[in-house]
Design a protein around this ligand. Structure first.
Ligand code: BV8
Length: 241
């Protein structure tokens, strides 16, 4: 590897990277959307209609995440290694709301759909760390308002976080890696087109199977993330792409 290689790498991850850590994906046959209605539990309208149901949905996922059997896997570790060893910037944008990338050692990381271990007050907008069950009975520690706390999660119809920073990074990168996402949800599903429109970056999809956006990628590597991601990172660090 050339120590002077300052090319930037942007990585997008989705639920598939956390599957082998024991967390459900959304659209696999046994996935989250096969057990819950997206409209009921992942939209502002659903939350307004039935906050108790939505709190239960996220409380169950928060409890699963903090279960000590759920750990970062070799794919999370490989992306953290890439950030540590690649001489240029590595920027990891995740659609996931779990904290497995952090726990694996990734630092230059953005949760564009929010974080399961944080809550937000709809009255004062304060965001706080939160690892317990949340209910409509809780009162905001900052402004004292009751019944206005929600998961710090981006629902359908809401603006993903830090889009300007993401679009800037997509326009500057030399390599765009997409890992473990089905390419169903926008704006993330459109990132590969954004990269291709910005220049001659290399684009690679690493997934269990072709995503909805497979044809937009220059390279495809299919297999379980814990196998294909460490191998691809090894290849980058040995000589680039
Ligand atoms: C927006 C919440 C404007 C957190 C999520 C009508 C009204 C309003 C909006 C829309 C509309 N119609 C369309 C839209 C846009 C909408 C959208 O895309 N809808 C889809 C359904 C068509 N998007 C939005 O509303 C977004 N906001 O558009 O605002 C805007 C636009 C542009 C710029 C600025 C603003 C908000 C989207 C965020 C919604 N929140 N989640 C939570 O509860 O988790 S989305 C949800 O889907 C998750 O965040 C998840 O991350 C995301 C994507 O899913 P994936 O991660 O890809 O998971 P999936 O199960 O689908 O796929 C897993 C993949 O892994 C599979 O390919 C599988 O093969 C693979 N895999 C499995 N095992 C492995 C593996 N790979 C490797 N190894 C393995 N072992």
């Amino acid at each position: 590897m050339n120590e002077n290689d300052r090319r930037k790498i942007v990585i997008l991850t989705g639920a598939g990277i956390s599957k082998e850590s024991g967390l459900d994906t959304f659209r696999d046959t046994d996935g989250i959307w096969s057990k819950h209605s997206l409209e009921d539990v992942a939209t502002p309208q659903g939350f307004a209609r039935n906050p108790v149901l939505v709190h239960q949905f996220y409380n169950d996922r928060r409890r699963s995440l903090i279960d000590n059997s759920v750990l970062p896997n070799a794919a999370h570790a490989a992306l953290a290694r890439l950030e540590a060893e690649w001489p240029g910037e590595v920027f990891l944008v995740t659609q996931n709301i779990d904290d497995l990338h952090e726990r694996a050692g990734s630092h230059n990381l953005l949760h564009m759909h929010g974080e399961l271990l944080k809550i937000r007050c709809s009255a004062c907008r304060t965001v706080s760390a939160w690892a317990e069950d949340l209910s409509t009975d809780h009162v905001c520690a900052n402004c004292g308002t009751g019944g206005k706390l929600r998961p710090h999660v981006v629902w359908f119809g809401e603006m993903p976080l830090d889009m300007e920073r993401i679009y800037q990074a997509l326009s500057e990168c030399a390599l765009f890696m997409s890992v473990g996402t089905s390419g169903n949800v926008y704006p993330a599903a459109g990132f590969v087109q954004q990269v291709r429109a910005s220049g001659d970056a290399h684009t690679v999809e690493l997934n269990l199977e072709p995503s909805m956006k497979a044809s937009a990628f220059a390279q495809h590597v299919y297999g379980p993330a814990t196998e294909v991601v460490p191998a691809y990172v090894e290849q980058i660090l040995a000589g680039g792409w």
